[in-house]
Design a protein around this ligand. Structure first.
Ligand SMILES: [Zn+2]
Ligand SMILES: [Zn+2]
Length: 358
């Protein structure tokens, strides 16, 4: 198999031929047909997320089942699957309470070594997935079979960015009809929050991003107002657009200290701030508590869109098939696995919503 491997902080991924380790009885070998390049992959490379090297990166993938272990029950050879960022074992404390995004199986899939490199060392796979590869074994708990004719590049986005953003709006916040919403950061995840808010029937969706192309694309996806934060304090700009009150729901989709503070400040009395962006692991934010209490404000973390992937992946596919969710416009660029480092350059330069490796 061929795979793009994280070999050390701030180094380019190494695209190599590697030998698969023997898959287990509950493993599924998936031919990866498309893999989105997500900001969290970059966060591994630049040290924001602590992950040991070597590791096959990529966690936003879709493909077709090529082989199943003797104890696999969830899917069959030939099935199309979207890989789930978190496994869904179906039997742990959280899965039994419909909180499958918090499934306790995590390390049971992420610690497995999936390939041997030319020098004899072994490598694991990010989130137990490693979708920056042409084919890889994953635990069946990470596989969600789907029945659709949508192209693989669109399906791959559902594996992380779409589910994280759409789920933050529809599951974590449960944006209500007629709500006012602000979204800080309009890349792949922020754009998905905007689409989720639009689908929920929000009356006002304010998109905030310093990059002009991201503001204009936010309008395409459903934003009713856009704010350039370099034009002046974005909190004051949001207050000016909301009668001085702030928004019902403010989403932070970047993971930056100052932007988290802004998101809390632009949330109205009685409103909810939703933290979606992944910050540096050491980030802390000091929040004055008394205003939170006397203004009845909530701050919520949102992991993987509080999603239940076995329910939500088919639901999101149906939204695409009926024209209510636009995934095609989110694929900015398609590159081959050998060109993967160019995808990170484009991401750092703010040139793309999503690059997909095909
Ligand atoms: Zn991701
Ligand atoms: Zn579980």
């Amino acid at each position: 198999m061929r795979a793009a491997i994280f070999v050390g902080q701030d180094l380019d991924l190494s695209v190599e031929d590697v030998t698969s380790t023997p898959p287990g009885a509950r493993d599924v070998v998936v031919r990866i047909e498309a893999s989105g390049v997500c900001h969290s992959d970059l966060s591994v490379i630049d040290g924001k997320l602590p992950v040991g090297a070597p590791c096959i990166l990529g966690h936003e993938g879709a493909g077709t089942v090529e082989w199943t272990g003797s104890e696999v029950t969830r899917c069959n050879v030939g099935d199309r699957v979207i890989l789930s960022l978190t496994p869904v074992c179906g039997a742990c404390w959280h899965c039994l309470r419909q909180e499958t995004h918090l499934c306790e199986m995590g390390s049971g899939v992420t610690a497995v070594q999936r390939a041997v490199r030319a020098d004899g060392s072994t490598t694991g796979a990010l989130s137990g997935l490693g979708t920056f590869s042409d084919s890889i074994a994953v635990h069946e708990a990470s596989c969600i079979p789907v029945q659709t004719d949508l192209p693989a590049d669109q399906l791959s986005l559902i594996g992380c960015g779409i589910t994280t953003g759409l789920g933050a709006a529809l599951n974590t916040a449960a944006v209500h009809f007629g709500a006012t919403v602000a979204v800080i950061g309009c890349g792949g995840v922020g754009t998905s929050v905007i689409q989720g808010a639009r689908i929920a029937g929000a009356s006002q969706i304010i998109a905030i991003d310093p990059v002009e192309f991201k503001r204009s694309s936010a309008g395409h996806f459903g934003a009713t107002n856009t704010i350039d934060p370099t034009d002046g304090d974005p909190v004051q700009q949001v207050l000016a657009l909301t009668g001085g009150r702030g928004v019902d729901y403010a989403f932070e989709a970047v993971g930056a200290h100052d932007l988290i503070v802004q998101a809390i400040s632009m949330t109205r009395k009685g409103g909810t701030t939703v933290l979606v962006g992944v910050p540096h692991w050491s980030t802390t934010v000091a929040v004055p508590i008394l205003p939170l209490i006397i203004q009845d404000k909530s701050i919520k973390g949102s992991y993987y869109g509080s999603s239940r992937t076995t329910r939500d992946f088919p639901r999101f596919i149906q939204l695409v098939e009926t024209g209510r969710l636009d995934l095609g416009s989110m694929v900015s660029r398609r590159l081959s696995l050998d060109e993967i480092n160019d995808a990170f350059t484009a991401m750092k330069n703010g040139e793309v919503l999503r690059t997909v490796i095909v």
